[in-house]
Design a protein around this ligand. Structure first.
Ligand code: ADP
Ligand code: MG
Length: 664
């Protein structure tokens, strides 16, 4: 019988839900930390909150209404704080309506966004105005609402016996709470400062364990040298049809030097959107194949993996290097075939999503692992891909190349990746012009449509990107659909198509290839096209409700255009005077990323809200920049004493943690 079923409130259904989420015992339950907290004494004025931020407001309900659109219930309420008002909206929660009452006052906690130019609070949770203290909020689990989950955790904490995971001397030196106390404070903090103390301990522990794994690994000189020189890359470079930029040639040299060593490569290539990272990845894959070994390229989305695969058919296959595509949306039969070709070695190059690291995928002799847009992956996913290589041939570590369009400050790179060497592609291929960027207020929408019409008549193409509505693909899709319909009405003569996350992998590919083939004038899309898509004839990028995006993400999106010779444009639907003005003034990805980091902090900056290990490491960096250096120094000191039993026990724990799949 599972230990969990001893908890009061856990019956058969809940036990199944917990186990389905990978929560096998009380310890695992306790390690599922709240995703956020509501501090009831921190409510504020509407005007004091920023778009894109979660906040708590005390407000009265002035009026409310409910409509049904496309089978979706939408409840809207006007909230008031004296003179000021704000609209709240609940999607697909029809029962909310019955709970609202005109004139009632509540505390509302939710995400402040902007939609069609108006601020709104999305699906806020409500609490009585008399609420006190702190409310933890957990990620939703099927059949177990957040509050119930908190209750289960409470009971698990009462029963749990904790094994201390840090050496006693470190607990003393840094005045960290002991492990049990730390988890209690993470779930039910008495105050912000208690929460911060617990968070600091967990973050330090993550950093320490990670540094132990990294430093332990760096010692190994167990890679397979891949002797590749410029000469043997000639056939590939000739096929490209362009000269490498000076920056590309320099970074390629650095990659080849690494590949030739017994010590496995661990290199991060940072380069602005369009700087030509893909060609370098394929050069390395080609070289690896020439040495008779396999390479893998992992991308964060199916769309991007698909594009890389197309590239592989164009750049590698004619030279006799067989690529194979492996993504989640392939049929079972296709997956089986792909796995066979990787295991037998018939395919030299694997391209795909994280399907590449799923259970049951084996490689004949994987020696090179490349991840594109790495910041979208957890560190553990990289570790797992490396482990696939080690499983293959006499436990040798593969070479690792990481590519990112997001410039990552040095300390952050250390925290995220450990000991990576960094190469910077600081030059764009010739002939790229500045993408002219404008803020377009709602009142100028007609004029913008006129511009799109004329552009299409001249054979040009455009993207229209819609932001996420909420953390729900159904609603993102609905938002994109309504934009799509509005555009079709406004521009009846044009071929307009739609792309969103609810479509199948195959449907997406079909739409994209029609767009790439020039059959489609305007592509209305959610952010699935964000990374890597390459259609040089598309010269206009329109971004709806642009304030919903971060600056760095907008810069990435904008990088989808400006890839051909024609002047390119980016139109941000936003009122004047916003921080988005920086995008109008600057085309420098590094400058924009720096500003974004300052404005939003590291967690948001790195992409979607991430939870689990990485996020905590980043939080720690924000709170105390020296924490990382300390963790590193302590890791080095512990490794020197690796023969002591207590230290050996900690090292075992660290090793187990590094191989764990990312939490949450
Ligand atoms: P990113 O660094 O954003 O991944 P890509 O690798 O997708 O950029 O390259 C963007 C475009 O530039 C692609 O069409 C690619 O073929 C092209 N490209 C890459 N390197 C060069 C070069 N040296 N000269 C001309 N075009 C290049
Ligand atoms: Mg790319």
């Amino acid at each position: 019988m599972s230990e969990l079923s001893r908890l009061k409130g856990v019956g058969k259904a809940r036990l199944e839900a917990l186990q389905g989420a990978g929560i096998a015992d009380a310890q695992a339950l306790i390690r599922c930390l709240p995703r956020e907290y509501v501090f009831f004494d921190e409510h504020r004025a509407f005007s004091a909150a920023r778009v894109g931020e979660k906040a708590l407001f005390r407000a009265k309900i002035l009026k409310f209404s409910q409509i049904f659109a496309r089978g979706l219930s939408i409840v809207r309420a006007t909230l008031s704080q004296g003179e000021e008002s704000l609209e709240a909206v609940w999607f697909n929660q029809p029962y909310i309506r019955a709970q609202l009452e005109q004139g009632a006052e509540w505390l509302f906690f939710g995400l402040l966004t902007i939609s069609q130019g108006k601020r709104q609070l999305v699906s806020p949770a409500r609490y009585p105005v008399s609420s006190e203290g702190v409310q933890p909020i957990y990620a939703p689990l099927k059949g177990i609402p957040s509050r119930t989950f908190g209750g289960l955790v409470q009971r698990a904490l009462e029963l749990a016996v904790f094994e201390e995971t840090l050496p006693a001397e470190l607990l003393r030196r840094y005045a960290f709470p002991a492990v049990g106390e730390c988890y209690r404070a993470m779930h039910f903090p008495a105050s912000r400062s208690e929460l911060q103390g617990a968070l600091a301990r967990l973050a330090f522990e993550d950093l320490l364990f990670f540094q132990l794994a990294v430093l332990g690994e760096a010692r190994a000189e167990d890679g397979a040298p891949l002797p590749v020189d410029e000469e043997s890359l000639k056939p590939f470079l000739n096929l490209l049809g362009f000269e490498l930029t000076r920056a590309q040639a320099r970074v390629l040299g650095e990659i080849l030097r690494d590949l030739g060593q017994k010590r496995p490569m661990a290199r991060l290539v940072e380069g602005d959107v369009g700087s030509g990272k893909t060609a370098l990845a394929f050069a390395a894959l080609y070289g690896c194949a020439q040495c008779g070994r396999q390479g893998a390229l992992m991308a964060p989305t199916e769309v991007l993996a698909g594009q890389h695969y197309e590239r592989a058919l164009e750049w590698l296959k004619p030279l006799g290097v067989e690529p194979v595509l492996l993504t989640g949306s392939l049929s079972a039969k296709e997956k089986k075939l792909a796995r066979e070709r990787l295991q037998s070695g018939a395919a030299r190059v694997a391209i795909g999503t994280h399907a590449l690291i799923s259970e049951g995928v084996e490689y004949q002799n994987l020696a090179l692992v490349i991840t594109d847009e790495q910041h979208r992956f957890g560190v553990n996913q990289r570790v797992r891909l490396s482990q696939k290589g080690r499983a293959g041939e006499a436990g040798r570590s593969p070479h690792v190349l990481v590519m990112s369009a997001t410039p990552i400050p040095r300390t952050m790179a250390l925290a995220l990746y450990g000991d990576l060497d960094i190469s910077v592609l600081d030059e764009l291929p010739p002939g790229r012009q500045r993408i002219l960027t404008r803020l377009v207020p709602e009142g100028k929408r007609e004029a913008l449509y006129g511009f799109l019409q004329r552009n299409a008549e001249e054979g040009g193409q455009a993207y229209v990107i819609c932001p996420l509505v909420e953390e729900s693909s159904a609603l993102d899709a609905a938002n994109a659909v309504s934009t799509y319909e509005r555009m079709k009405k406004a521009l009846p003569g044009l071929k307009i198509e739609l792309l969103h996350g609810r479509m199948s992998g195959q449907q997406k590919q079909e739409v994209l290839s029609r767009f790439a083939g020039g059959e489609v004038a305007i592509l209305v899309s959610t952010t699935v096209v964000e990374v890597g898509v390459n259609v040089p004839n598309a010269t206009i990028m329109v971004i709806e409700d642009a304030e919903r995006f971060g600056l760095a993400q907008l810069h990435q999106l904008r990088g989808r255009v400006g890839r051909g010779v024609k002047q390119s444009w980016c139109f941000l639907m936003a009122e004047g005077g916003s921080t988005l003005q920086l995008l109008v003034d600057s085309g420098d990805g590094f400058e924009i990323a720096q500003k974004d980091l300052e404005l939003r902090g590291p967690g948001e900056f790195m992409g979607q809200r991430q939870h689990g290990l990485i996020d905590r490491r980043l939080l720690a960096l924000m709170g105390d920049g020296r924490l990382l250096e300390r963790a590193r120094a302590e890791a080095e000191a512990l490794l020197m004493r690796r023969d002591e039993p207590e230290i050996r026990r900690i090292l075992e724990l660290a090793r187990a943690a590094a191989g764990e799949p990312a939490r949450n």
